[in-house]
Design a protein around this ligand. Structure first.
Ligand code: PLP
Length: 428
């Protein structure tokens, strides 16, 4: 039995822990609801009353289990946290207001002024901006390296580096770093590996199998699955030893919470102080969404594979970037880590920006919007939208060209998706 860390600081064992992954998606952490309700109740309350002053003091001091205030913990959110922790093979989770809130909270739990981050150069635009533009103003600097170049990762770490941050499949670069190999490098350097697994989800590989120390998801994407809520989660795999000269600020948390030092410092300090908590209604929507994650990921991946092959054969398409294609430079690593599934996101190139715009204006089924992981097929021109604030050099690092279209392949019938793309391409 695995201990799970709860919002009030206690550990509990979960009787659902023995189930298979697909069963955990539905039952993990779910307690019977009032009147036999089978979905997690939406506890839409900001605060939680206790009968006596003594009880409230006990809860605040961590002597008794209970809720006090939704910014710190909420029963609906706690049920989601428990399930997501189980899915990754983790020991604890903190659900947050968004994926960016999860990344900010996790990183700020670890670093302090004067520290450095070693990050992948092909990050999601919001994360790139957080590291390069925001955190640099608070004395935290970031070195960006190509995460598929293991020597660059090794050489990028110095005495001040306090964490390594990578994405399982870079969004939108579609590069696939060898995470277990990077985990060994981070381990040898005595620093934790944080992995943003939004694009792959635990269906393609669990964080515990990849060797990550902390896994982060934007749950707004595949975990929600229908584009109905924004959310994020930080999952503590419990593998990293926080008792280290590099992390003196973890000392009091390690003393009291041992292997749970990271979650304790995050929950009791950074998450509480930054206040980017999950809303109970969103936690409910995310708990509903995650139930069908396996089924949806199978279809997302199968459809993306077929669409990638169709695009590759189309004479208007200059190139296709999808790790599922055998001639992708990332195919072998992706196959090793993720088996026969390569995710639901791909990019392709047309003649130029004008052609990319004509294509996006020409599709009827696919929606033109800034999201991934929706059941619906989505297209976007990253250079003019999600990456519009970056210059040519940064766009190059992120693998974003003017001619590029990003597709989040939905779970519609593949013949309808292909017909939609074919007709828009033929009318360019
Ligand atoms: C969307 C996304 C994020 C940010 O998540 P939000 O929920 O939009 O804040 C972070 N990382 C990746 C890989 C994403 O796709």
């Amino acid at each position: 039995m695995m201990g799970l860390f709860y919002s009030r600081g206690e550990q509990m064992t979960d009787r659902t822990v023995k189930y298979s992954f697909d069963t955990l998606l539905i039952h993990g952490g779910l307690e019977p609801g009032p009147a036999g309700a089978t979905t997690v109740p939406i506890v839409q309350s900001s605060s939680f009353a206790q009968a006596t002053a003594e009880e409230l003091e006990d809860i605040f001091r961590g002597r008794k289990v209970g809720q006090v205030y939704t910014r710190v913990g909420n029963p609906t959110t706690e049920s989601l946290e428990k399930r997501l922790a189980l899915l990754e093979g983790g020991q604890a989770a903190i659900a947050t207001a968004s994926g960016m809130a999860a990344i900010t909270t996790a990183v700020m739990t670890i670093v302090r002024s004067g520290d450095e981050i070693l990050a992948s150069s092909s990050l999601f635009g919001g994360t790139f901006s957080l590291f390069r533009d925001t955190l640099s103003g608070y004395g935290i600097s970031t070195t960006f390296v190509d995460p598929t170049d293991l020597a660059a990762v090794r050489n990028g770490i110095n005495d001040r580096t306090r964490l390594v941050f990578v994405e399982t499949i870079g969004n939108p670069k579609m590069d696939v770093p060898d995470i277990p190999a990077i985990a060994l490098i981070a381990r040898a350097a005595g620093i934790p590996l944080l992995v943003d697994a939004t694009v792959t989800t635990p269906c393609l590989a669990r964080g515990s199998d990849l060797g990550a120390d902390i896994v982060i998801h934007s749950t707004s994407k595949f975990i929600n699955g229908t584009g109905s809520a924004i959310g994020g989660v930080i999952i503590d795999l419990g593998r990293f030893d926080w008792q280290s000269d590099k992390f003196p600020h973890f000392e009091p948390f390690h003393k009291k919470y041992r292997a749970f030092a990271f979650t304790a410092r995050a929950r009791k300090l950074i998450h509480k102080d930054f206040g980017a908590c999950a809303a109970p209604m969103n936690s409910f929507l995310l708990a509903e969404g995650v139930e069908t994650l396996s089924l949806r990921m199978e279809r997302h991946c199968a459809n993306a594979q077929k669409l990638a092959q169709f695009l590759k054969a189309h004479d208007r398409v200059r190139w296709v970037n999808y790790p599922g294609l055998e001639d992708s430079p990332h195919h072998q690593v992706a196959k090793k880590l993720y088996g026969d599934k390569f995710g639901g996101v791909l990019t392709f190139g047309l003649a130029d920006k004008a052609a990319a715009f004509r294509f996006i204006n020409g599709v009827r089924l696919a929606k033109n919007l800034a999201n991934i992981g929706d059941a619906k097929t989505l297209v976007i021109h990253p250079a003019s939208t999600i990456c519009c604030d970056y210059g040519p050099e940064e766009k190059g690092l992120m693998g974003v060209g003017e001619e590029m279209v990003r597709v989040s392949v939905g779970i519609e019938a593949i013949n309808d998706i292909i017909e939609d793309f074919d007709s828009a391409l033929n009318n360019l």
